[in-house]
Ligand binder design. Structure first.
Ligand code: ATP
Ligand code: MG
Length: 361
């Protein structure tokens, strides 16, 4: 029997509501597939913890979390108590950096029963994955200001691309594309305007492409790519992008597929030297926290991504299939939450999905 140790961090706001629903679905999937998932819950990376300790994380957090195979994360941030940049930099961004989670993965799939803001799109039309470089690129802190306060005031911020950093995310994207039926990879670039770093990116993409002759490769400038996401989302399969471009695309993509409440994401350390982290795209949503109406599907879908990452693709597909089944029943038959035009609660929808996991063939 396979055993995995999972660190659970519910965090703040609706994180604390959707994580239990996610765990129910994972328990049901584990039973069905004979997996043992050992969950241990932690209260740090939350505003409560910050209020008690004046810090987001305990000093030994790294040793503590290092012992786990994955981190199942809810949401962090409660601006009334702790400013967002403090909570984010003090927790999630530390995990990303210390655990070298250099791939940020966001699947964008239009699910049955969910209305896309793009007119006329049906489930099956949109099904792609954005692979974002997560550690370098445009988000470097290298730069500064000179001549401040004068009319020569000048600001400079560098982009950093290392060969290792670029190649490793490209390799991940090509490998992912080669495992998917369409075997199609699109690279986001802007080498017509950004004349040093982006041509380098293109060069590395072309070099890596030679090692993956079975993957159909194309590239778009980021401006055109953003337009294509909206006009022809069915074109895309796997999209790889630098940190900044990936950040933009990985919000735009899920926006094309309906509600924020169902979108999952993963911060991955592909080599497995460090734990990877699975979190929904949405935040702590203070406006609906405590009402029991948050959609748990983003969190549940994260569980599916986690199972896939841990080497259980069948269990992952089964869990996601259960989500699709329940969404397809519609608000009349299933306790869908208000963002999906139903009147169900977080707990009811979570339970319906966990039951479907056990029942579906
Ligand atoms: P962050 O700063 O972490 O990105 P945010 O506060 O900007 O978070 P979210 O917390 O993601 O944004 O919420 C944005 C909007 O989407 C809110 O109005 C919230 O009610 C809604 N929302 C977010 N997640 C869910 C969910 N799981 N179910 C239903 N509605 C949601
Ligand atoms: Mg916010």
């Amino acid at each position: 029997m396979t055993t995995h140790r999972i660190a659970v961090i519910p965090g703040d706001g609706i994180g604390k509501e959707v994580v239990p629903a996610g765990l129910d679905a994972l328990h049901a999937t584990a039973r069905r597939f004979g997996l043992t998932l050992d969950f241990e819950s932690f209260d740090f990376a939350s505003a409560d913890y910050w209020q008690r300790h004046g810090d987001m994380l305990p000093p030994d957090w790294e040793q503590t979390l290092r012992g786990y195979d994955a981190i199942y994360f809810g949401a962090v941030g409660w601006p009334e108590v702790v400013p967002d940049h403090v909570s984010l930099w003090g927790s999630l961004l530390q995990f990303r950096r210390v655990f070298d989670q250099y791939v940020n993965l966001r699947p964008c799939r239009l699910m049955p029963g969910v209305r896309s803001p793009l007119a006329g799109r049906l489930p099956g039309d949109i099904d792609f994955v954005v692979v974002r470089e997560n550690t370098e690129g445009e988000y470097s802190s290298v730069g500064g200001r000179i001549f401040e306060g004068t009319d020569r005031e000048t600001v400079l911020q560098e982009t950093i691309m290392t060969r290792v950093g670029v190649d490793r995310v490209l390799r991940f994207a090509f490998e992912l594309a080669s495992r998917r039926p369409k075997r199609h990879l699109t690279s986001a670039t802007k080498s017509n305007g950004i004349s040093i770093s982006m041509p380098y990116w293109d060069e590395r993409v072309a070099a890596m492409g030679e090692r993956f002759p079975d993957v159909r490769l194309d590239k778009f400038h980021i401006d055109a790519l953003a337009a294509q996401f909206v006009l022809h989302p069915e074109w895309f399969d796997v999209v790889v992008a630098s940190n900044l471009f990936g950040d933009i695309l990985s919000d735009l993509g899920p926006a094309c597929t309906g509600t924020l409440g169902i979108a999952p994401s993963a911060n991955i350390n592909p080599g497995g030297e460090h734990p990877s982290l699975f979190e929904p795209v949405h935040g702590s949503a203070p406006d609906i926290a405590g009402k029991g109406i948050a959609n748990p599907i983003g969190q549940i879908w994260c569980g599916s991504m986690m199972l896939e990452h841990l080497g259980h693709p069948e269990a992952a597909a089964h869990l996601l299939g259960a989500v699709e089944d329940v969404l397809a029943y519609g608000p009349g038959q299933a306790p869908l939450t208000p963002d999906l035009h139903g009147t169900g609660t977080t707990a009811e929808l979570g339970r319906a999905i966990a039951e479907r996991v056990s029942e579906r063939p």
